[in-house]
Design a protein around this ligand. Structure first.
Ligand code: XMP
Length: 526
């Protein structure tokens, strides 16, 4: 295992990610991690970049024991300066200008007794395109170090110690803008540290199932909400494999799901995946509370709060019923499909408090039950969750499903939500998605839906003038859902979808296509 210490760079999680792509197992911990508290021995350590200056008073620093372990250390950007600062704190100064963007580094060659310091850059060629992002730089080399790579502006773009396995680079090998960055990380992890390349999804499954069983114990029970989305389904299937029916999945039908959604999810989870599922149909309660409400934030709040209320009630019922089972104990655990990017946001070095908040403060969530969190996907990125899902036998169709928001169709029906608007929204959405699938575009598009606008428009149908509903189609491409581009369908496709919706969905007389990117738009309408 390679230990990545996070000093807060926006790219830190990509380091772990690239190592996993090399099948090297790695774990990222806050930079303040005490080495004495580790329960495993790292084969090597990577110090990430970070937004601070090592010499400023509030700068975070690694446990000095990191440098006494004797394992190879690679400092990236801030990490390089942290190494230099640790050896001699006068070596780091503010750069004259901030260097940000593409740069070309020249790799240096050493002969004889120094040849071993070239290992980090081996097989990368003489010149290397890299991505720089830093303000500080080394004013002089720490004692015993040699430059191994340079740029015109950064004579110490790469440095290495002759005596000890210490390496530093001023650029980011983990980003795709450094095309050979992965090879460099492989040089460090595999060649220099000798890390094994044996991390696979099968291993992850075995290890995780073992971990879940150990945590929950022979009688412990777990409850969790499922939505039909990939994260909750994969998490639920993993729990089922680990503890069988001692895992209780709950699907709350909030009345604003897509067409036949509750039925489809039930069939998939119970019949195909063998998950112990309870469906609660709370449509009337949700729609009753949404009646007359048109303000988006209010709609979200009502749905969120009602969901917690229903889930809590059901959890208590299941817990009561479970008490009578001789095979099982109390429900003590709550399953959450938290992914790695969410975890990273909470493991900041700004103190352990943020971590405590997300990981222990769930006693209040299910009032009186004091549940502990279990998060089997917390080490994975989205595409790894998909790979895991496939590995667990979940259908490709489900594994590649577009995300669907918790407030459901309520934020895709502008203004007040009622049965008629829901019918129109569902029928139009189904036609749109079916056509996207038929055109082979579903995977290319990140999210797509049909929205029902608040106002009406005039149209002519047959010989009559009608005053009907307006459907707005939205389809976007995005990698992180933070920014998105609208999808450039061809005219024939849009024509076909529009014709079908107007002809087949009663009450609709117009179809629009939303050509707004995010920003300034959002992906959802409300
Ligand atoms: P926006 O509309 O903010 O959406 O561009 C970004 C992504 O988040 C989803 N989304 C939500 N998901 N509860 C959720 O579970 C919500 O309230 C919510 N609002 C937006 C949206 O579908 C998109 O994937």
């Amino acid at each position: 295992t390679i230990l990545v210490l996070d000093f807060g760079s926006q790219y830190s999680h990509l380091i772990t990610r690239r190592l996993r792509e090399l099948n090297v197992y790695s774990e990222m911990l806050p930079c303040t991690q005490k080495i004495a508290d580790l329960t495993w021995n790292p084969k090597g350590i990577i110090l990430s970049g970070g937004p601070y200056s090592v010499y400023s008073d509030d700068a975070p620093h690694a446990d000095p024991a990191v440098f006494d372990l004797g394992v190879p250390i690679l400092g990236i950007c801030y990490g390089l300066q942290e190494i230099a600062w640790n050896l001699d704190n006068k070596n780091v100064v503010a750069g004259e200008k901030r260097e940000y963007g593409h740069a070309e580094v020249t790799v240096q060659k050493h002969a004889g007794k120094k040849a071993h310091i070239d290992r980090l850059f081996q097989n990368l060629g003489e010149n290397l395109e890299v991505w720089m992002s830093h303000g500080d730089k080394l004013s002089q080399l720490p004692a015993g170090f040699e430059p191994v790579a340079s740029t015109p502006n950064a004579p110490y773009a790469g440095i290495a110690s002759i005596e000890r396995p210490l390496f530093g680079i001023q650029f980011h090998p983990e980003v795709t803008h450094t095309p050979k960055g992965k090879q460099l990380l492989s040089n460090f992890a595999v060649e220099i540290c000798g890390a094994r390349q044996d991390w696979t999804m099968e291993k992850f499954v075995d290890k995780e199932i073992e971990r879940i069983r150990a945590m929950v114990g022979p009688k412990g029970q777990v409850i969790g909400a499922v939505s039909g989305g990939v994260d909750s389904t994969v998490a639920a299937k993993l729990m089922q494999n680990a503890i069988g029916d001692r895992f209780h999945a709950v699907l709350v039908d909030n009345g604003v799901l897509r067409m036949d959604e509750a039925k489809i999810v039930k069939k998939t989870l119970t019949e195909h995946l063998g998950i112990n599922l309870t469906v609660v149909d709370a449509t009337d309660l949700f729609l009753g509370r949404l009646k007359g409400v048109s303000e988006p934030e209010k709609k979200r709040k009502i749905i969120g709060n009602t969901f917690i209320e229903i889930f809590q009630d059901k959890a208590k019922q299941i817990a009561e019923a479970a008490k009578d089972s001789p095979k099982a104990g109390d429900i003590e655990w709550l399953l959450q499909g938290t992914l790695y990017p969410d975890v990273i946001e909470s493991i900041s070095f700004k103190g352990p408090s943020a971590t405590i908040k997300t990981h222990h403060n769930v006693g209040g969530l299910l009032e009186g039950m004091h549940l502990k969190l279990i998060e089997p996907l917390r080490e994975l990125f989205k595409d790894e969750v998909r790979a895991l899902g496939t590995n667990l036998g979940i259908s490709e169709e489900l594994v590649w499903r577009h995300p669907f928001p918790g407030p459901g169709l309520a934020i895709r029906i502008l203004g007040e939500v009622n049965e008629e608007q829901l019918r129109i929204g569902r029928e139009a959405d189904k036609i749109f998605i079916d056509e996207i699938v038929a055109a082979g575009l579903y995977r290319k598009i990140s999210q797509a839906y049909a929205a029902v606008l608040k106002d009406r428009a005039v149209g002519v149908m047959g010989d009559k003038r009608v005053y009907g509903q307006i459907i707005a189609l939205r389809a976007v491409e995005t990698t992180d859902f933070m920014t998105a581009d609208w999808f450039p369908f061809d005219g024939e496709f849009l024509k076909r979808v529009s014709r079908r919706i107007v002809n087949e969905v009663d009450g609709v007389c117009r179809v629009l296509y939303d050509v707004t990117s995010k920003p300034p738009g959002t992906i959802e309408m409300e």
